[in-house]
Design a binder for this molecule. Structure first.
Ligand code: GTP
Ligand code: MG
Length: 195
């Protein structure tokens, strides 16, 4: 359970201020508020400790970082939106970077929207989902850090979150316990086999 996939060859394609040339390899992008656990989730899915840079300081990931798995799938780690302590102009640059990638990328097969499993639905998250719906971009919602939820409160908390996001499904996930790894991998593989 939750062992993930064996990646034989992981290649870091690079860190880009704007999307690199299009590719025929399917891409899966990870988005969410700063510090929600995007880079950690990528490392967990890849079974690597340090493929993507993780930090307790929000605003760690500042570019479009692309990882290529066995020359057949790409994971795209994006900057976070929201509360990073960076000047407004930098936040605007990141927003532009994220949006132009998401709304123009031909190779994009799935957006993994990570939301903090400890909190209720946040405006920035519902705005992101609204736009993905509007543009018809396939996405999956992942609730991160569920290892921190108390057993007694977990079901109610996740239900409140799901209702707040108006989502039919949210995948509970933890980079600490690896909960949700199989479900998320299955979702990714399904989305990428359609094209
Ligand atoms: P930015 O790149 O700054 O937008 O952040 P990010 O979304 O990539 O988050 P990152 O993976 O860097 O993790 C942020 C912090 O949350 C780090 O201190 C992680 O150790 C912690 N964290 C990430 N995932 C989990 C999780 O599943 N459980 C717990 N308890 N902590 C987590
Ligand atoms: Mg990051």
């Amino acid at each position: 359970m939750n062992r993930g996939r064996v990646i034989q060859h992981l290649q870091f394609i690079g860190s880009f201020p704007k999307a690199p040339p299009e590719t025929s390899i399917p891409e899966v992008a990870f988005v969410g508020r700063s510090n929600v656990g995007k880079s950690s989730a990528i490392n967990t899915l890849l079974n690597r400790k340090k493929a993507a840079r993780v930090s307790s300081t929000p605003g760690r990931t500042q570019m479009i970082n692309i990882f290529e798995l066995d020359q057949s799938l790409r994971f795209v780690d994006l900057p976070g939106y929201g509360f990073a302590k960076v000047p407004k102009s930098v936040k605007q640059t990141w927003k532009y970077m994220i949006d132009s990638y998401l709304y123009e990328r031909m190779a994009l097969q799935l957006v993994v929207v990570l939301v903090d499993g400890r909190h209720s639905a946040q405006k920035l998250d519902t705005e992101m989902l609204d736009r993905l719906n509007e543009y018809g971009i396939p996405y999956a919602i992942v609730a991160t850090k569920v290892d921190t939820l108390k057993r007694s409160k977990r079901a109610r908390q996740l239900k409140t979150l799901r209702l707040g996001l108006a989502a039919s499904d949210v995948i509970p996930f933890s980079s600490e316990t690896r909960e949700g790894v199989d479900r998320l991998w299955n979702t990714i593989e399904k989305a990428c086999s359609n094209g």
